[in-house]
Structures are given as structure tokens and as C-alpha cells.
Write a protein that binds this ligand. Structure first.
Ligand code: FAD
Length: 550
């Protein structure tokens, strides 16, 4: 049989079929960008019955959508700027997303301590949180609760006690941003969309005045194709000015990138019991200390940035700002750079405006849908939390651009992929019985929702898949196989950065894990020895780009 190429593995064959479909079929709408926004637009459009394609130049959520604070929240901070409409909308979306993906969007209690002389005094906080409850129509997990200083310290014993006047407890929700994006992408596919990652739009093609398709480059296997679509959505977040230029548009910039940095440290070093909302001692900005399993995440910064979104990184001063803020409120932590496991940065794609040109924190997080070039509908701004509403407004604009009737998709009723779990806690109990490992059980259910049994089922046929990828982390080999076969993972970074967050949680950013798992997934993806070496190099370059500190 020498000389006869082996048939492609099933995931590769499925990807090639999708690329063929992109080149062959005319689409009603092409969505460019596979962050949370593009994923939501593709799902909404496909559910409305539009022939929908989505292409993503790298991986789903490889941009801002895997670098957020991972909160699905009403945005208590926006009350200060009088953004009541946004808080109302986001609070409604928080409740909906808890229903559509209960495994991925989980309630989280925040403690907000108030110190003497704080910018937001106790009475102001109480008034704000009452309004916050009201804007959620009093349908949040529970109403906020006022706390005395002793009550705050009972909840967070290692918190700074000097000057503490009291505080409050309120509720928001925590998510896994990359997996929320992936669940939305998979739901779009289930609704009929043709979706390909590692496929970059290099040119937007016009027919007369109107954008009518795109040239797309396959970033994995090489090759270009031409795609025909009656309308194109620019959902490329911080890249969206560049994408607009691909259609020959020369208009002024419509997106203003604001960099946000987070750091991850072992939770035992800070000692926070749950989530905290704090005001930095340096400039009084709101920042969070968030629990994430064995870790605490501290973030974020908020500074305008002009560097390309492909190159955005945390700087030494960003990191120091966050360490100082955490040390101020948790004096016994005495965190240094050596305690930090990872730092990463993302770019908020804010709607450019002349107002607040020197204060990114004050720029509205509302979204804007525009069509400056006929046939090219652009969505900018917004938040992870409000992506479903952003998608609806965008597809409305697409339908108007196509000259048709504006219809509605049932995006608020159909659960996202994995979202059919009635009771995640009960599922974790069942998973613990099967896996004999409470941490693994919790991970399986929270990451995979009602599909957790299918992931675990892989270990029944191949018991070695029940091993952990990294002894200290609760991620199973079975998740790698599942991701390759069901979650469109094609590179080591797709696997170890976004499907499974090992790169965020290990000091070597997953480099050792990548070397261990590459030969194991090679067979599933048809990699020969040379390709395994090249994929490891590609992974090293990607984690350097994501996690190196400038
Ligand atoms: P992106 O996720 O950046 O997606 C754009 C995609 O387009 C990228 O994947 C990119 O690769 C792709 N692309 C670019 N060019 C091309 C091309 N030519 N061809 C094909 N694909 C292309 N929101 C919340 O609700 N809660 C939070 O807690 C929260 N915290 C945040 C914290 C930080 C530090 C930041 C930066 C943001 C935060 N946000 C939060 C906001 C939220 O993360 C963003 O609004 C959201 O992720 C933006 O998603 P997007 O899809 O618009 O952009």
C-alpha cells in the first residue's frame, strides 16, 4: 500500500467536508470571527433558518473571549455611570444563561467590604445593590445582604481589618468563557450552520457596491477558497477595523481596544474564601478577587491599548498593580511575582467614542450594530454576558440588509450544547460514584453538562483514558479524545488552552503536558512524527504569545 495516502481521520474528514461546503454552497450570511459574538450570531442566524457559515482564523474564543473575568454579571460597576439599561439587560441575560447552560453559568456570591473613606460609602453601596436587585426584577439567586465589619470578616477572615466599616454580599455568576463560546458554536452547528476554525478571511469580495462573499485561507492545511454569501457579519471584536478594511473601507476607527490583565495565584496564598469586589488603593477602580478551584484570579486592569490584538500581553507594571492591590486587602498574603502562576491580557473591543477618551473604565459597554459598507454588518462593543442580545440585533440588521422580513429565533428557549442538566449537583454526585474522584466529577459535569457521561464512557472502552493529563489537575485524558472527536479541536493549544485550561493553571503553561499528549492525539488527527514536532513548536509559540510578560 506504499504511496497510497492514508484516508483522513474522521475529525479531519469532517473539517474538509465543511471547507468544501464553504466553497460550494451559497450562504445567506457569513459570520467572520468565532468569539462569543460571532458564535452567538451564527446560532441565532441558523435558528432563524438562514443558510449560515462561520469562519474563525484561529480557534473559537482564541481572542478576547477566553481572556475575560469569566463573569456573567449584571455589572454592578456600571450603575456608577448610570448605565441602567445595560444592567437591566445583562441581569436578564444572566438569568437566562443560567437556564440555557446551568453547568457553565453558576451562581457566585461576592463580598464587597467597605473601608473608612472609601469612594463608595456603605449607604451608597446599599442603595446601589438595592437598585441592582430591582433591575434584576428581584429574580437573582437571592437579594443582597448588608454585613457588619464582623460579618465581613466571618466570611473572609484573612481580609484587611484595619478601617473596615462593614460591607455587603450580593450575587452574580461565574462561567468558563472559552467553553461558553464553544457550547454556542456547537449549538450553531446543531442548528445547521457550517463552521470552520483555523480559517481566515483574507479578503471581502464585492459585487458592485455590495459585499457578497470572502476569500478564506485554510490556516491548518493551506489552500484558499472563495465563499459566496448574500451578507457578511464582521464579528471580529478588536480586529474589526482590520476586517472592515478587507472590504476596502477607509472610514475612521470604530473600535477602541482596552487592555485588561488578570493574574492567577494559588488560592491558599491569598486565602480568599469566595469572590470579592474591591476598590484598588492606587486609583479606586473596581477589581475582583475570584475563586477558580484551587486558584484565585485577580483582575483586571483597564487601559487603552494600540498594539495589535494578536500581540496584546500583560506588562510587568500591570502585574505589579494587581499584586499590590491583592496584597493591600490580604496583607498576610505578601504575594510576589514568584507566587504568580500565570498572567494574561485581553482587549475589550469598546465602541470608539470621543467621550471618556482618557478613561476606558467609563466607556459604555453597550454594543453597536452598523452597516457602513452595504452587505457588511458590523457588531462592536458589548459583553460576554449580553452576547445573545447582541446576536439578535445583528441578525435583525442582516435580515434588513437582505431586504427580507425580520423574524425571531428561539435562542432563549433552546439550551446550549450540554445544557440539558436539570440539576448539576445531582450529576456531580452520580459522577463521583463512577469516577471515585470528586474533583474530576465536578470538572466533568461543569465542563460537559449533560454530555459528561459520554466523556466518561470513553474510559470504559479504553481504561487508560481515565488517567489525569496532569497529576495535580482534574482533567482526564478522555477529555482530549472527546475534544478532538466532538469539539473541533485541531491543535495542542485548542486542547490545552481553550478546551482544557491547563496552560492557565501550570507554571510551564502546559509545555510538559503538550509533549505528553501530542503522540496520543496524533493518531486521532493523522499527524506523523514530523507533524507532532511541528505542532509542539506551534504550541510553544502560542503560549509564549499568550503568557509572556513584556
Ligand atoms: P473576540 O472574542 O476577540 O472574537 C473575535 C474573533 O475574530 C477572534 O477569535 C479572532 O481570531 C477572529 N478573527 C479576527 N480576524 C479574523 C479574520 N480575518 N478571519 C476570521 N476570524 C477572524 N464580559 C463579561 O460579560 N463578563 C466579564 O467578566 C468580562 N470580563 C472581561 C475582562 C477583560 C479583561 C476583557 C478584555 C473583557 C471582558 N469582558 C467581559 C468582555 C468580553 O470578554 C468581550 O466583550 C467579548 O469576549 C468579545 O467577544 P468578541 O467575539 O466580540 O471578540
Amino acid at each position: 500500500m506504499s504511496g497510497v495516502p492514508a484516508p483522513p481521520s474522521p475529525p479531519v474528514a469532517i473539517r474538509r467536508a465543511a471547507l468544501d461546503a464553504l466553497a460550494r454552497e451559497p450562504f445567506d450570511v457569513l459570520v467572520v470571527g468565532g468569539g462569543i459574538t460571532g458564535a452567538g450570531v451564527a446560532r441565532d442566524a441558523a435558528l432563524r433558518g438562514l443558510r449560515t457559515a462561520l469562519v474563525e482564523k484561529d480557534d473559537f474564543a482564541s481572542g478576547t473571549s477566553s481572556r475575560s473575568s469569566r463573569l456573567v454579571h449584571g455589572g454592578v460597576r456600571y450603575l456608577e455611570h448610570g448605565d441602567l439599561r445595560l444592567v437591566f439587560e445583562a441581569s436578564h441575560e444572566r438569568r437566562l444563561l443560567r437556564m440555557l447552560a446551568p453547568h457553565l453559568v453558576r451562581p457566585l456570591a461576592f463580598t464587597w467590604p467597605v473601608y473608612a473613606g472609601a469612594r463608595i460609602a456603605r449607604w451608597k453601596l446599599a442603595a446601589g445593590l438595592t437598585l441592582y436587585d430591582a433591575l434584576a426584577a428581584f429574580r437573582n439567586v437571592a437579594r443582597h445582604e448588608r454585613l457588619s465589619a464582623a460579618g465581613v470578616l466571618r466570611r473572609e477572615p484573612r481580609l484587611l481589618s484595619d478601617g473596615l466599616r462593614g460591607g455587603a454580599r450580593y450575587w452574580d455568576a461565574l462561567t468558563d468563557d472559552a467553553r461558553l463560546t464553544l457550547a454556542t458554536v456547537r449549538s450553531a452547528i446543531a442548528a445547521g450552520a457550517t463552521v470552520v476554525n483555523h480559517a481566515r478571511v483574507t479578503q471581502l469580495v464585492r459585487e458592485g457596491d455590495r459585499v457578497a462573499g470572502a476569500r478564506v485561507r485554510d490556516e491548518l492545511d493551506g489552500g484558499d477558497l472563495q465563499l459566496r454569501a448574500r451578507a457578511v457579519v464582521n464579528a471580529t471584536g478588536p480586529w474589526s477595523d482590520d476586517t472592515e478594511r478587507l472590504a476596502g473601507a477607509t472610514a475612521a476607527s470604530a473600535v477602541h481596544g482596552s487592555k485588561g490583565v488578570h493574574i492567577l495565584v494559588p488560592r491558599e496564598r491569598i486565602g480568599n474564601e469566595a469572590a470579592l469586589t474591591l476598590l484598588t488603593p492606587h486609583d479606586g477602580r473596581v477589581f475582583f478577587v475570584l475563586p477558580s478551584g484551587d486558584f484565585a484570579i485577580v483582575g483586571t486592569t483597564d487601559t487603552f491599548e494600540s498594539v495589535s490584538p494578536d500581540q496584546v500581553r500583560a506588562s510587568a507594571s500591570d502585574v505589579q498593580y494587581l499584586l499590590d492591590a491583592a496584597n493591600h486587602f490580604f496583607p498576610s498574603a505578601r504575594l510576589t511575582r514568584e507566587d504568580m502562576i500565570t498572567a494574561w491580557a485581553g482587549l475589550r473591543p469598546l465602541v470608539a467614542s470621543d467621550a471618556h477618551a482618557d478613561d476606558p473604565g467609563a466607556v459604555s459597554r453597550e454594543h453597536a450594530v452598523t452597516e457602513r459598507v452595504p452587505g457588511l454588518v458590523r457588531i462592536t462593543g458589548g459583553k460576554l454576558t449580553t452576547y445573545r442580545v447582541m446576536a439578535r440585533d445583528t441578525v435583525d440588521a442582516v435580515q434588513r440588509s437582505l431586504g427580507g422580513r425580520v423574524t425571531r429565533a428561539r435562542t432563549a428557549e433552546s439550551p446550549l450544547a450540554g445544557g440539558g442538566l436539570a440539576d448539576p449537583l445531582e450529576a456531580i454526585g452520580a459522577a463521583t460514584v463512577l469516577t471515585h474522584d470528586a474533583a474530576v466529577a465536578s470538572r466533568l459535569v461543569h465542563a460537559h453538562g449533560d454530555e459528561w457521561r459520554d466523556v466518561w464512557g470513553l474510559t470504559e472502552r479504553e481504561p487508560e483514558l481515565a488517567e489525569r493529563i496532569e497529576p495535580s489537575r482534574p482533567y482526564l485524558m478522555a477529555e482530549l479524545r472527546w475534544a478532538v472527536e466532538n469539539e473541533l479541536a485541531f491543535t495542542l493549544a485548542d486542547l490545552l488552552v481553550r478546551r482544557i485550561p491547563i496552560a492557565f493553571e501550570t507554571r510551564d503553561h502546559g509545555r510538559a503536558a503538550a509533549r505528553r499528549v501530542a503522540p496520543l492525539i496524533a493518531a486521532c488527527l493523522g499527524w506523523d512524527a514530523a507533524r507532532v514536532g511541528a505542532e509542539i513548536e506551534r504550541f510553544d509559540a502560542e503560549v509564549e504569545r499568550l503568557f509572556a510578560i513584556t
